[in-house]
Design a protein around this ligand. Structure first.
Ligand SMILES: [Fe+2]
Length: 224
């Protein structure tokens, strides 16, 4: 049996993993509530965007995962196990379930005094990127320059505990490359087009107002 650290390395540090892997009838995953109301992130992310992004897109990925895993070797597997071991459309849908829950649980209503991580993680960010503003600039650059659909991520490597900013395309997740995700930003157009149309940079600027750094720090502590 794996210890907690190696489990975190294998399956990542989605804090709500137990909740999002709960099953209902027919062993099906069920859309879980957000940790805030659908209008709570406004004006940075509108209620209407959440209604679609959470209520339609994430719900759709869950529905497709359930349909496609039924009757297969993945029937009883967790979202993380499906993401790491399935291919094709089942991978795409399960990874999108993970990626969306991962982003939504690390957002919160804007709080002026919580716009940065606490001191211990801040120290690690300073060490790797030279400063918090430098980190945000590099992450923003990764989000803005990603061509097409995908995600910007802050990850940590399991052995060296090295922080890194990476881009992935479509539904891909850094866990598949052995990196533990700490923070992600969905730059699929469905994430921002209702609010800011083609202005992805504005969406990223808004994102920094509503990152739940406490959640990110909890993930980092689990990972390292
Ligand atoms: Fe999305």
């Amino acid at each position: 049996m794996m210890n907690t650290t190696s489990q975190n390395q294998a399956y990542g540090v989605l804090l709500s993993s137990n909740t999002v892997n709960a099953r209902g009838d027919n062993n099906a995953f069920q859309l879980q509530p957000l940790p805030y109301t659908q209008d709570a992130l406004a004006p940075y992310i509108s209620e209407r965007t959440i209604q679609f992004h959470y209520g339609k897109h994430l719900a759709g990925y869950i529905e497709n995962t359930n349909k496609q895993k039924a009757g297969t070797e993945f029937e009883n597997k967790t979202i993380e196990e499906i993401m790491l071991h399935a291919g094709g459309s089942l991978f795409n849908n399960a990874a999108q379930v993970y990626n969306h829950y991962f982003q939504f649980e690390a957002l919160q209503p804007h709080r002026e005094n919580e716009a940065a991580p606490c001191e211990r993680m801040m120290e690690a960010i300073r060490k790797e990127f030279g400063g918090f503003d430098e980190f945000k600039a590099q992450f923003t650059q990764a989000a803005v320059t990603l061509f097409g659909s995908g995600y910007a991520w802050l990850t940590v490597s399991p052995q060296e505990k090295k922080l890194e900013i990476i881009q992935t395309h479509n539904a891909e997740n850094p866990l598949k490359d052995g990196k533990i995700p700490l923070l992600n930003l969905d730059v699929w157009e469905h994430a921002y087009y209702l609010d800011v149309q083609n202005l992805r940079a504005k969406y990223v600027e808004n994102f920094w107002k509503i990152v739940n750094w406490n959640a990110v720090e909890q993930r980092w502590k689990k990972a390292v």
